[in-house]
Design a protein around this ligand. Sequence first.
Ligand code: SAM
Length: 327
Amino acid sequence: MTPQLIDPFGRKIEYLRLSVTDKCNLRCFYCLPKGYNDFNPTSQQLTQDEIVRVVSAFTEMGVRRVRLTGGEPLVRKDLIELSTRLSRLPGLEDLSLSTNASLLAQHARGLKQSGITRINVSLDTLKPERFRNINGGELSDTLEGLMAAKAAGFAPLKINMVAMKGINDDEFNDMVNFCLEHDFTLRFIETMPISAAGRKGSEHYLDLHDVEKQLQKSFEFIPGVMPGGGPARYVQVKGSNLRIGFITPISQHFCETCNRVRLTASGTLFLCLGHEHMIELRETLRQDLNDMELKTLLNNALALKPERHNFTDRSQQVVRFMSKIGG
Ligand code: SAM
């Protein structure tokens, strides 16, 4: 019988975050250092067939949702073909994408046709100069990408904003108003001390409970809306459809409901964002491994899933970049 994915703490794993490339065309200072270029060679990247094979094994064991991430997923040349194949896998209910949207304008329609159901866009500021300082990119490209995704029929589009003291803490109201105007969902994220870059970002850490209090001076919130499979706690802005989510890995971790694992572009399966527990799949996949053996391997890997991350007590321990593991 095909095993179902249940970890040692009784958590059912039904969500896979799939990094399709470790390459990124931006350098968010809290994610990748400026000038960083030490990406994996293509030979070390899982091929399209290898990805489809692993995801297929996962879906046969109960994974229902897959999010394509990176690096920047749109940098991968065969992304549309890959998502078309993944979206057809039996059992997969939701295929979503996280992107910085800088290349989205030319791909939005193709992505929609390929079966991507939802898109999250990372956007930390609405000021062009500040955007350049945070990540080296052009705000206009990302805004164009966002609008193209909206025109292609992606709804609700979610904006992910990393809240940072001294960087963008004067823009929370503006971002709420921007999302009200365009009918986007907004999610605030706390900085996580992942890698040296993440620790640099964490120097600007803001507890989102304080952000929420700050917003309540201008907006009235209805709490407890949109409970979902994810880590965000949502409120709704009274008198509107706008939902605002708070993702608080540091001030209030949500590990007890963790339902996910992460596969990197080079085939490493990580069991937790905040630990080094992993198994290497790429070379095994390139040997003579049958589907049942692959499933047994994936199922056995769950024994390594830790109960919770340790960002607050042992923040030095995660050395790899967020872009490698797939944020
Ligand atoms: N390039 C895609 C994007 O921009 O959404 C996908 C990958 S990116 C690593 C995924 C998310 O991780 C982004 O929303 C980014 O802001 C977030 N992220 C990266 N480093 C982070 C950190 N140290 N703390 C909190 N969020 C981080």
